[in-house]
Design a protein around this ligand. Structure first.
Ligand code: AKB
Length: 315
């Protein structure tokens, strides 16, 4: 069986993705890697390599050691952190992608998954039901790096036949590993604070509508796309992907159904401007038509599971 590596296995997506890949393909066939240790269940369920994605020869050595064929490259700096450190974010987000694409071009690995984001869109993009092909003028360094990355992916596919696939993730919501450095992170923090303190101060305004998705849907989309027959993958830059769209006020109202005393207040910070430059909802009809994508979780179902699981975790 061909081996897979998840680079960035300690992160929000990486931890859930590693466990699901191990579940499907066998623990020993999925190598987790990150610059820092991952969650206990990731560390204990299969092989782990400490790896700095910027260390090209170190990465190549790990690929050779484990005879890796599929790479999920998740190491990245997200929108909020990237605005504080633009050059570092550009370096990390771009150099890591280009070095992995080169290794695929040289035949060291066979398949690459690289995540893009709704951050590729900008203030001039149509806000509702944003199409796959549209105006893209991102105003954040994170968005600029994701848009450039998309172009590189398509280029490597067209020019060198590299089998690279990607999706434009919306804000992702999960209970296993907390998000870090993103603009959509409020939608995870709010659950922890609702349980811990019964209240939450949100860094976005109440009516900031953003596209979001529950992690199990995002993981299924990711693996389905990577496992889809090549002829079904018609877009090699990155697919639009949509789950649920809501604003902080709507999410707070849903949480209140479970915790009636929960209260929310609003103190927008620099991330408000980032959020306002992004779409409110996404048209993902290409993903649905090409490889059969369909989301499962709505706001009510997700909220119920988030509260139950975080309560268990904190108790
Ligand atoms: C962020 O908020 O930066 C990320 C994203 C939408 O890509 N969650």
């Amino acid at each position: 069986m061909s081996k897979t590596i998840v680079i960035g296995a300690s992160g929000q997506i990486g931890s859930d993705l590693t466990l699901e890949l191990r579940n499907r393909f066998g623990n020993d066939n999925v190598i987790a890697s990150d610059i820092k240790n991952a969650a206990d269940d990731v560390m204990s369920s299969g092989p782990f390599e400490t790896l700095d994605v910027m260390d090209e020869s170190g990465v190549a050595a790990v690929f050779k050691k484990h005879d890796i064929s599929k790479v999920y490259l998740l190491a990245a700096m997200l929108s909020g952190s990237a605005e504080k450190n633009p050059k570092k974010a550009w370096d990390l987000n771009m150099k890591s992608l280009l070095s992995i694409l080169d290794m695929a071009k040289e035949g060291l690995i066979k398949k690459v998954f690289w995540p893009s984001s709704i951050a590729v869109f900008g203030p001039t993009t149509p806000k509702q039901n944003t199409p796959q092909l549209t105006i893209m003028e991102p105003s954040t360094v994170y968005g600029i790096s994701k848009l450039a990355g998309e172009r590189w992916c398509e280029y490597y596919f067209n020019k060198y036949g590299v089998d690279v696939r990607g999706v434009r993730y919306p804000g992702l919501i999960s209970y296993k590993t907390e998000a870090g450095g993103g603009t959509t992170d409020y939608a995870v923090e709010i659950f922890y604070e609702a349980i811990r303190a019964g209240k939450y101060e949100c860094f976005l305004t109440e009516d900031t509508l953003l596209p979001m998705m529950f992690m199990p849907d995002a993981i299924r989309a990711t693996i389905d796309l990577v496992e889809a027959p090549a002829e079904k993958v018609k877009i090699r830059s990155s697919y639009n992907l949509s789950g649920i769209s809501f604003d902080p006020e709507t999410l707070a109202a849903e949480i209140k159904k479970h915790i009636p005393d929960f209260s929310i207040s609003y103190k927008p910070d620099f991330r408000q401007q980032i959020a306002e430059s992004w779409p409110g909802s996404i048209d993902d009809s290409e993903a649905r038509a090409d490889w059969g994508w369909k989301h499962e979780y709505d706001l009510a179902k997700m909220t119920d599971i988030m509260l139950k699981e975080i309560k268990k975790k904190l108790s």
